[in-house]
Design a protein around this ligand. Structure first.
Ligand SMILES: Nc1ncnc2c1ncn2[C@@H]1O[C@H](COP(=O)(O)OP(=O)(O)OP(=O)(O)O)[C@@H](O)[C@H]1O
Ligand SMILES: [Mg+2]
Length: 263
């Protein structure tokens, strides 16, 4: 074989290799695209689950308000304008929260979320407004003890979601264990330059060992419709988005959750 022939064969080989490489690169690109698409779908699925989770309590609150109107009309034959307006006001408040929640979840995966300084009492008040009637319906007393009102920095609505999740779990525990004098205490105080919200219930405590398991994703115990998202999401918000700590312990009559955020 002369030199020219050898060169021709080599060129042919290079050509074939180039074509093959091109084919593989294209296939790789398609595989990458599929992977990106799949992870986007997974993130979206997760987001939808979180929204669904966070919608349950406020929807329950609106439903309770409507049931109250219905009961009054059935019982007394009518309802006053003042009472109707009050119910509308309360419903509007909860609806506004629902709308804000959707916006917050849309921002959940982006970096430039609208963070702000806010008073913790404001967040607690919103939480109380969203849970008031549900707790009343279950005969649960809510005590709020404010020692210091501090301001913290973060996405206000995310923080509210955390408090709602914890209070909602406390309510579940009291209902599940059929506690007669159900009681939830929310304490707000400052310690070591941190703003601490403590939520204590008398539902009997957490029966899981080790207790930190409650923060694992999809961990749910003894609940009919539990998803196990609530505390996992709460820990993520407090510790990743707010540089805080979310702790749990069992006290004499029930569980105690502490949300600590550095001031
Ligand atoms: N205050 C509490 N008292 C007793 N057990 C609790 C309390 N809070 C949480 N738990 C336990 O921790 C588990 C996990 O809570 P989490 O909020 O993550 O999920 P869930 O409440 O089961 O489901 P979902 O939030 O979807 O309703 C609960 O199933 C419950 O067993
Ligand atoms: Mg929960």
């Amino acid at each position: 074989m002369n030199q020219d022939q050898q060169i021709m064969i080599l060129e042919d080989k290079i050509n074939r290799l180039e074509k093959e490489l091109d084919k593989y690169t294209k296939e790789d690109k398609i595989k990458d695209d599929i992977l990106i698409q799949q992870s986007k779908m997974a993130a979206m699925g997760e987001m939808i689950e979180n929204i669904a989770h966070q919608y349950r309590q406020p929807l329950m609150e609106i439903s309770t308000l409507l049931i109250n109107i219905e009961a009054k009309i059935k019982l007394f034959g009518s309802i006053s304008n003042d009472e109707t307006l009050e119910m509308i006001d309360k419903s509007n408040f909860v609806l506004k929260y629902l709308s804000q929640t959707i916006d917050d979840f849309r921002n959940f995966f982006t970096l430039n979320k609208p963070k702000e300084h806010f008073a913790v009492t404001e967040a607690i008040t919103t939480c109380v407004n969203i849970m008031k009637n549900t707790l009343l319906n279950e005969n649960i007393k809510l005590n709020i003890i404010i020692k210091e009102n501090c301001k913290i920095y973060g996405v206000k609505n995310e923080y509210i979601q955390v408090i709602i999740n914890i209070v909602s779990n406390a309510k579940d525990s009291i209902v599940l264990n059929k506690i007669q004098n159900g009681q939830i205490d929310i304490k707000l105080y400052e310690k070591n330059n941190s703003c601490i919200v403590e939520i204590l219930d008398n539902g009997g405590g957490i029966e899981i060992n080790p207790i930190e398991k409650v923060f694992e994703p999809f961990f749910t115990y003894k609940k009919q419709n539990g998803t196990g998202i609530g505390l996992f999401m709460s820990k993520l918000i407090v510790e990743k988005n707010m540089d805080g700590v979310l702790e749990v312990s069992n006290q004499q009559n029930g569980a105690c959750f502490k949300v600590k955020i550095l001031k």
